[in-house]
Write a protein that binds this ligand. Structure first.
Ligand code: RP5
Length: 162
């Protein structure tokens, strides 16, 4: 067991600019995490080992991002009971709708909490993970409440000309 309760995994190095949004917001909130490239297609054994050991290693949430035929979040959800938050990475060919449908349409029994396509989805994935951990961590709950209040306070009352 380690102190790390959040795993950020992605299918490729090319997913990192998107998945970094999740990492950055976890940094802001003081939530430790690990980050790994785990591909459903290119490194299936790595996926299996990660899923097999996730719960015993103390992970409580896995944020999994992939693009295209995005099987990583769903396959991870099939291998571990640790909740999986899925991030559909935006693709060039189909704008991420392919990723979204691949991640969203899970069969009964193996849920993936699917976020929006792309950077906003990854950031929300980080916030979702923090919200789950905050249920058992009052100090984190306070930091998350403050973060949300600061975001609300930053929104102007009226629009201005560009
Ligand atoms: C998926 O294929 C990855 O998640 C990535 O989004 C996509 C393309 O990967 P690369 O060809 O850029 O490595 O497995």
């Amino acid at each position: 067991m380690t102190d790390i309760k959040v795993g950020i995994i992605m299918g490729s190095q090319s997913d990192w600019p998107t998945m970094k949004e999740a990492a950055d917001v976890l940094d802001e909130l003081g939530v430790p995490y690990e980050k790994k490239i785990v591909s459903a297609h290119r490194t299936p054994d790595r996926l299996w080992d990660y899923g097999k050991t996730a719960a015993e290693r103390g992970l409580q949430v896995i944020i999994a991002g992939a693009g295209g035929a995005a099987h990583l979040p769903g396959m991870m959800a099939s291998k571990t009971r640790v909740p999986v938050v899925g991030i559909p990475v935006q693709t060039r060919a189909l704008s991420g709708v392919d990723s979204l449908y691949s991640i969203l349409q899970m069969p009964r029994g193996f849920p993936v909490a699917t976020m929006a396509i792309g950077a906003a989805g990854a950031k929300n994935g980080g916030l979702m993970a923090a919200g789950i951990l905050a249920l058992q961590d009052p100090a984190l709950a306070k930091r998350l409440d403050d973060w949300r209040a600061a975001l609300s306070a930053s929104i102007a009352d009226e629009p201005v000309d560009d």
